[in-house]
Design a protein around this ligand. Sequence first.
Ligand code: ADP
Ligand code: MG
Length: 224
Amino acid sequence: MLEVRSVTREYRLGEVTVKALDDLSLRIEDGEFVAILGPSGSGKSTLLNLIGLLDVPSSGEVLLDGRDVVHLSDGERARIRLMSIGFVFQRFHLVSAFSAIENVALPLEAAGWPAEARWERAASLLRSVGMADRMLFAPARLSGGQRQRVAICRALANTPRIVLADEPTGQLHSEDKAGIIALFQQLNRAGNTFVVVTHDHEMASAARRIVELRDGKIIREVRT
Ligand code: ADP
Ligand code: MG
């Protein structure tokens, strides 16, 4: 279970304070598939970063399985991220000096998987998203859509029980997009929790709950 309670996140830029999230509360149960919608600047990435333990709120609480995660040490937060959370970054954050397969294998190495098992796992994920013939390519030699698929594979590598994805299909053509949506749905049926920031109608319709943000607040919630 993931929960934010009355979180506010302010960014200070010199004299100006921007309230990216404004007293927002949201609770997500295990196994849910939630889509987060809203215009640019409404706080979607800020919210995902908080529940992904990448950032802390200016005030309010962030709870994972009922436990406060704001006041843990950086090491403890990193450990939880590694073992429980897969994050697909909006700008991918691939390691440019590594090949596609090495990028996907990274979290497996950190989690202590033996070399052969990590290559097998990474290769099988990349094959499942149509990247069989691009595994040894560095990110610079991949298209935006191919990089996005590598970033998705990396987030899924460790079979995290919670997958957080920031516009994960933004660079994909419709065929690849359908494949990613099907993959997310398959994992969700197996019990993994998905929270996906998206502008995409098809991805949003895969979700069973839609949360709409505006100006750092939830303005609408729909269960489908
Ligand atoms: P979204 O993902 O919905 O486009 P964000 O969460 O990225 O929105 O941003 C919400 C608000 O916070 C925006 O006004 C944005 O300009 C501001 N913001 C986000 N990140 C930063 C930052 N690192 N420094 C200053 N302002 C930020
Ligand atoms: Mg964003």
